[in-house]
Design a protein around this ligand. Sequence first.
Ligand code: 3PG
Length: 437
Amino acid sequence: MGLLVQGSGYDKEARGGRRVEKGRVSGGIMNEKLKEFLTIDDFDLYGKTVLFRADINSVIIDGQVQMKERIVENAKTIQKLLDKKAKVVILAHQGRAGQADFLHLEQHAQLLRNFMDLKYIDDIMGSSARAAIKGLDRGEVLLLDNVRMLAEETLNKTAEEHSHSFFVRSLAPLADVYINDAFSVAHRSHASVVGFPAVLDAGIGRLMERELKTLERAVYQIKSPCVYILGGVKPEEVFDIIDVTLKRKRVDRILTTGALGTLFLYASGTIEPGEEQKADKHFMQNVEQAKRFLEMGKDIIKYPEDVAVAVDGERREIPVAQLKPNQPAYDIGEKTSEEYSERIKNARTVIMRGPAGLYEDKAFAKGTRNIFEAISHSDAYSLLGGGHTSAAISEVGIDRKSMSNAHVSLAGGAFLQYFVDKHLPGIEVLKKHQTNC
Ligand code: 3PG
């Protein structure tokens, strides 16, 4: 411990007080908030071993990891650590156990090598991993394998409990500092997120700094009309935000797309569930929840009036009443796009999570592109979140520069949870840490 830079801006004597302002950030609520954390500037990292939690969880197409912003942005912070001559050990995950995107991190290593020389080992805390960590030289970086391959990683435990895990007990003694740059996973109380900062000096990386700053500003900038555009493939991931925004009356319109939009078509009785769906308990619970939301915000929640389906592999647009039970809708239709675009253009705040359809397939990218175009033509302050949302922007051919009023967060679930309740476990543990320093 005790690696804080002399005169770095953090006055150890003034502990219990504030970190001394360095001019790096100045004024404003969000900068006040950032003072609760140590950043990589606050540590003397020369020759020190840094456990660096990155989120390089990526879009996978046909088993191939795609080179997207998460890898590019994390590479920048890693380079900063290497410039400081740290020995960097990257902890990261890909996908969830049992799902098709659950992979070793070999391909991620290959992609990161576009930016730096990097070692990779398909081990996390075994003897090979520990030997590789001990063998690191100053200015070298090692990527360990997918931390979610350890059963301990994803147990929903407190920081204190995780700090006693075999994982943390195996790696923490080999490290001097823990840096978390993975805002997008800060809503998970997982071992690699909360366990290490409980026992090591800890701080936030550059990407985390940027995300916190922007989200903090956004929370205070929500102005009416405020429009949420919620889509993606996992409806239950946005239930909390719908619930809270409706209850707190902090939303004027919720425009639903993707699987969430289809769910509301069932909840509103526009489509009757088929036998297969009725037998799916999880699906029916989601429909019931969506019905409750419609009772709470009948005029606020909008769902598609037309959708695009696949007929012989081609896009065909149909009114939603013609959608058969269990027939997948791959995109919103033209009429829905027009209505949603109009609302976006008239909004003062737009918050978007999840693409409108299967944007990876050109035939079904239109709805997502129309929404991005509406955002770029709107004067609203816009906040777009989620790995897929961010990836979709370039994928559907939108120039980021045209979205000058929009901040794109690389986080999905964490981004929404921050709006619901700013207490994300992975962030809280970094704050508490400072007072213990
Ligand atoms: C994300 O992609 O949002 C983060 O990597 C978190 O992934 P998770 O939802 O599987 O925890």
